[in-house]
Design a protein around this ligand. Structure first.
Ligand code: GUN
Length: 280
């Protein structure tokens, strides 16, 4: 029987641990604060930002909310970030992506102080991940490591295939699995014989961005399957990159969608905010 990895439960455990930590830090007079910046009113971003603020309230992190209009200029946004960089009471700065097309995302990411970059997107933090130094790590891949560890899944020595090479998920995911001593393959849209590559995986991490793409014939019997995708199917129901119903019986452990990887991202963001206060 496959173990269904319960991301909702594990993320709740992490949030409860953080809540306790934050309460005891408050007794020492230390308070964490996260600045959350949204430009424009993309509805999906609105939901994510709302959930991030809710998580802050639950854990006891102060959240400062900046809801800027769509017409905000790049200069205005960069000036706000600079102001927050210089504000010692702010530990973390989160700029919700995507940004309107007239704003250069890379420039925005590089303007956030690496010490407040709780998303782990700044090149300095990415570089630290590559060379194995402590720094902020992108929240979704960091959350997947927690899912695996807290589910008792051995990583060291295992063949891990990551499908997807984005800066936010695929690349940091591969680096984290390498740090955990897995043998790592990164597959992507140009990979030849994707099925054969996937079939070698003891741990298959799927961030391909195509609904129900990974069917049972991509999966080795007894593999662990982690699904990063989130889509709405023809009946408006949420589904992942993995055809869950047919793949699940062939796995030893699998994440569902929803309730798998999704809830972990915010839990790890909260973790990074607390770490930021402790580190810097
Ligand atoms: N948009 C989608 N995911 C993310 C995320 O993890 N961080 C930020 N800042 N924006 C996002």
């Amino acid at each position: 029987m496959a173990q269904i990895i319960d991301g909702k439960k594990i993320s709740q455990e992490i949030k409860d641990e953080l809540r306790e930590k934050v309460a005891s830090l408050k007794e020492e007079g230390k308070e964490a604060a996260l600045a959350v910046i949204q430009v424009g009113n993309d509805p999906a971003s609105g939901v994510y930002v709302g959930n991030k603020k809710k998580a802050c309230a639950y854990i006891g992190i102060r959240s400062l909310s900046y809801e800027l209009p769509e017409e905000t200029t790049e200069e205005e946004l960069l000036a706000l970030i600079e102001k927050l960089n210089g504000d010692a009471s702010v530990n973390g700065i989160l700029v919700q992506l995507p940004l309107p097309s007239h704003i250069d995302e890379d420039k925005v990411i590089r303007t956030i102080s690496p010490k407040k970059d709780v998303d782990g997107f700044h090149p300095e933090n990415v570089g630290k991940l590559v060379i194995g130094e402590p720094g902020f790590v992108s929240c979704t891949p960091a959350g997947i490591i927690q899912l695996l560890k807290r589910s008792g899944i051995e990583i060291a020595g295992k063949n891990c295939v990551v499908i997807g090479r984005s800066n936010i998920v695929g690349k940091p995911m591969a680096l984290l699995m390498l740090r955990e001593n897995a043998t790592v393959t990164i597959a992507h849209s140009r990979t030849q014989d994707l099925k054969e590559v996937c079939k070698r995986a003891d741990i298959l991490i799927v961030a391909i961005g195509k609904p129900r793409f990974i069917t049972a014939d991509y999966v080795k019997e007894g593999a662990v399957v982690i699904d990063v995708g989130i889509h709405r199917n023809e009946n408006n129901k949420l589904c992942g990159d993995v055809a869950y119903d047919e793949v699940m019986p062939h796995t030893s452990a699998i994440t569902p969608v929803p309730g798998g990887v999704g809830p972990m991202t915010i839990a790890m963001l909260m973790n990074n905010c607390v770490e930021s206060m402790l580190m810097y």
